[in-house]
Ligand binder design. Structure first.
Ligand SMILES: Cc1cc2nc3c(=O)[nH]c(=O)nc-3n(C[C@H](O)[C@H](O)[C@H](O)COP(=O)(O)O)c2cc1C
Length: 169
């Protein structure tokens, strides 16, 4: 497998915990670089073939500020040949109309630059009204709901990592 980076805000707690668990499940034989989403820049992003982005949803269906700040630069990059997997924390009980929207917003941005989004997961077992991450019965990434379904995190993360091991190049 070529280089893997996981990019998330080092200042978060929920997103950081999920990122650490993802890395753990890849196992020590797989080298994964951790990069801070708050300071990420285009040249660093471009070094990797396989990228895992941690994108929680904030502000009723929006990206967190730190991702928003990188979007203008992201939109200038040629992402063809990149495999991008996105996980996102959200809350399906308090935000059922915008559940993990951030995952879908980020997927649309990277796809518009030519990236291949990998790591789709079934939306079964979640209860929400609408989500920008929802496509034909699936999320275009991994939806994590620590507030309401924390007991499902570990099995969901483990399964996702096994899937990414096959989908990454
Ligand atoms: C002000 C606020 C707005 C939020 N908006 C959404 C939302 O629109 N959709 C969603 O799924 N979750 C939403 N959430 C839930 C967060 O995504 C969730 O708490 C997540 O675990 C935060 O992760 P972080 O602390 O790593 O950023 C919101 C939470 C807060 C406090």
């Amino acid at each position: 497998m070529k280089d893997i980076a996981v990019i998330y805000s080092f200042n978060t707690r929920n997103t950081k915990n999920v990122a650490k668990e993802i890395i753990k499940h890849f196992g020590s034989a797989v080298k994964i670089d951790e990069l801070n989403a708050e300071t990420i820049d285009g040249p660093t992003f471009m070094k990797y073939t396989n990228l895992i982005l941690g994108v929680p949803t904030w502000f009723d269906g929006e990206l967190p500020n730190y991702w928003d700040e990188f979007v203008p630069e992201l939109e200038t990059l040629d992402l063809s040949g990149k495999n991008i997997a996105i996980f996102g924390n959200g809350d399906q009980v308090n935000y059922p109309e915008n559940f993990v929207d951030g995952v879908g917003i980020m997927a649309e941005i990277v796809e518009s630059r030519g990236a291949r989004v990998v790591g789709y997961t079934s939306a079964e077992g979640y209860n929400f009204e609408s989500s920008r991450a929802y496509r034909n019965g699936k999320f275009c990434g991994l939806a994590i709901d620590l507030e309401n379904q924390s007991e499902l995190n570990t099995p969901r993360i483990k399964k996702w990592v096994e899937q990414l091991k096959k989908e990454f190049e």
